[in-house]
Design a protein around this ligand. Structure first.
Ligand SMILES: Cc1cc2nc3c(=O)[nH]c(=O)nc-3n(C[C@H](O)[C@H](O)[C@H](O)COP(=O)(O)O)c2cc1C
Length: 177
């Protein structure tokens, strides 16, 4: 079995739930960006999870991504934006651009995570801001995020990471040929 590690950053616990579900499925080490080892040489695959801030990985993950060199990487992220939205997709591209040298992105997993009620309260006071304020579209988006990740999301996260192990094995086979 190749050696995988999950490394994540999370403030309100959404990303952490996914991180723990994936690490449990993989039976692998799981670290926060604060306690991740400096030396990643024993790991073949880094599963890196973060929440979105300013349309990209939160700062602690930005710093960590720069330290990853010569690894296969899987990204997962939680965010207020809808999964599959341009915002969510572009943030993966931003995360990829932050990696160190010679990394290969094996796959990505993304879903909405409930917004901090304090943030919603703040944004409710800026109805004129169509990107962040309490417009009908944004209120619907905040509502859709409520309660996520839920049990079903965790099942999907586990299925996803299982699929990644298969994809990685096939990649190694192809490299041998
Ligand atoms: C200060 C702040 C900035 C945020 N910025 C974004 C953003 O740019 N895009 C987005 O889709 N979600 C944004 N969110 C929503 C969070 O990414 C989302 O709720 C996430 O699931 C939180 O993850 P956590 O519980 O692991 O901390 C922001 C939340 C906060 C508190």
């Amino acid at each position: 079995m190749n050696n995988w590690a999950v490394v994540y950053t999370s403030v309100t616990g959404n990303t952490e739930k996914l991180a723990k579900a994936m690490a449990e499925e993989l039976g692998c080490d799981c670290f926060t960006t604060d306690n991740a080892p400096e030396d990643l040489s024993k790991y073949d695959v880094i599963v890196a999870g973060y929440w979105l801030r300013l349309g990209g990985p939160a700062d602690k993950m930005k710093a960590f991504l720069q330290k990853i060199n010569n690894k296969t990487v899987v990204f997962f992220q939680t965010h207020g934006a809808y999964a599959g939205s341009e915002h969510a997709i572009t943030s993966f591209a931003r995360a990829g651009s932050m990696l160190g040298e010679d990394c290969y992105v094996l796959g990505t997993f993304s879903l909405q995570g409930e917004l901090n009620p304090a943030l919603i309260a703040k944004r409710s006071n800026m109805p004129q801001d169509k990107h962040h304020g309490a417009t009908p579209e944004n209120i619907a988006r905040w509502e859709a995020a409520k309660g996520h990740p839920d049990e079903n999301d965790l099942i999907k996260a586990k299925e996803f990471i299982r699929e990644m192990t298969g994809r990685y094995a096939r990649m190694l086979q192809r490299m041998k040929k």
